[in-house]
Design a protein around this ligand. Structure first.
Ligand code: NAP
Length: 301
């Protein structure tokens, strides 16, 4: 049996539009209603027939929903939830796709007291944003981490998990604080490093920007993909997951200093041992189907 029959998606960008497409492809009898704060996005969503219905107000989008999924930047979650509070059916479950969970759970609980709130985070994405960037297979073979509050109804958790199963994701249940720590190191810190490296390269005086771009295949270009990610989304992630990111950044700075020292003192063994361990991590990611085994990320040359 399908876990929901009327799903509302608020925020029709990369993730919201991918979820709309995936639900329509893998659960075609589910009615999908969409809303976005941006009139231009609503117009595009209608033009590309993204949902069964796109409403002009958030309230109108939820009146008969049995699931509402908020797909807006993490610091806009509370405002988006407040907008639907008066029109939300009593039995509806509210979920979200935000990249950090403790802060979002606090925002949703404050805006929708007493409601069934089951947050989730599909660990899938690209560097593109907007309704035309989405695609139905985005969640296939990726993890979706469901982070229910301690007192959540297990049946509601099971229904949200089943939705993500149906669109192709593997589901794991996790405590919100632990999620934030794990994602700080696997996602947030790598983005911060990429933003830094690309920023540093563009500020150099002795190496020109055209040289940086010309010789980017040496490694730099792989950071630029991550550093091209949506500025609003990532500003919000760093501010909403401040404690975990600062903790991981501290650890990273210490490890970077150790590497700096190894280079200064010609400690080749330290460098070799680290690089051997990191190579093994790459192999594990490929073995677990989380990336393409082809060399150079499968680029055609
Ligand atoms: P996106 O492509 O920028 O889409 C977000 C959309 O939400 C925009 O159209 C935005 O309109 C709209 N919006 C903002 N505030 C709103 C509000 N109060 N009510 C209704 N609509 C509102 O972003 P995205 O990449 O899909 O990210 C959405 C969420 O998914 C974020 O919480 C992010 O952390 C999470 N996530 C992203 C990824 C990823 O790789 N991109 C992966 C997993 C999870 P405006 O542009 O006019 O503000």
């Amino acid at each position: 049996m399908l876990p929901f029959s009327r799903v509302t998606i608020i925020g029709l960008g990369l993730i919201g539009s991918s979820l709309a497409r995936a639900i329509r492809e893998y659960m075609p009898t589910v009615r999908v209603t969409g809303h976005d704060a941006d009139p231009n996005v609503r117009q595009i969503a209608r033009a590309i027939d993204l949902c069964d219905d796109v409403t002009d107000t958030a309230g109108a989008s939820v009146t008969d929903a049995d699931l509402v999924v908020l797909c807006v930047p993490v610091r806009a979650m509370g405002a988006a939830a407040a907008e639907i509070a008066d029109d939300l059916p009593a039995e509806a479950i509210v979920s979200d796709v935000g990249s950090c969970k403790a802060d979002v759970l606090a925002q949703l609980t404050a805006a929708l007291p007493g409601r069934a709130i089951i947050p989730a985070h599909p660990v899938a994405g690209t560097e593109n944003s907007g309704p035309e960037a989405g695609f139905a297979s985005l969640f296939q073979g990726r993890w979706c981490i469901v982070t229910p509050p301690a007192d959540a109804d297990p049946a509601a958790v099971a229904r949200v998990s089943e939705l993500w199963h149906r669109v192709g994701a593997d589901v794991e249940i996790m405590d919100p604080q632990h999620h934030d720590l794990v994602l700080a190191v696997t996602s947030h810190l790598p983005h911060l490093i990429a933003y830094t490296i690309v920023g540093t390269a563009s500020d150099l005086e002795d190496v020109t920007q055209s040289e940086v771009i010309k010789y980017s295949a040496g490694g730099f270009r792989d950071f630029t993909r991550i550093a091209a990610s949506d500025p609003t989304m990532w500003r919000d992630v760093f501010l909403a997951n401040k404690d975990a990111v600062l903790e991981m950044l501290q650890r990273f700075s210490e490890d970077l200093s150790a590497l700096q020292r190894a280079i200064r003192w010609n400690d080749g063994d330290a460098l070799f041992n680290l690089f051997t361990r990191t190579r093994a991590i790459r192999r594990s990611i490929i073995e677990q189907g989380q990336d393409d085994p082809k060399p150079d990320f499968g680029r055609s040359h």
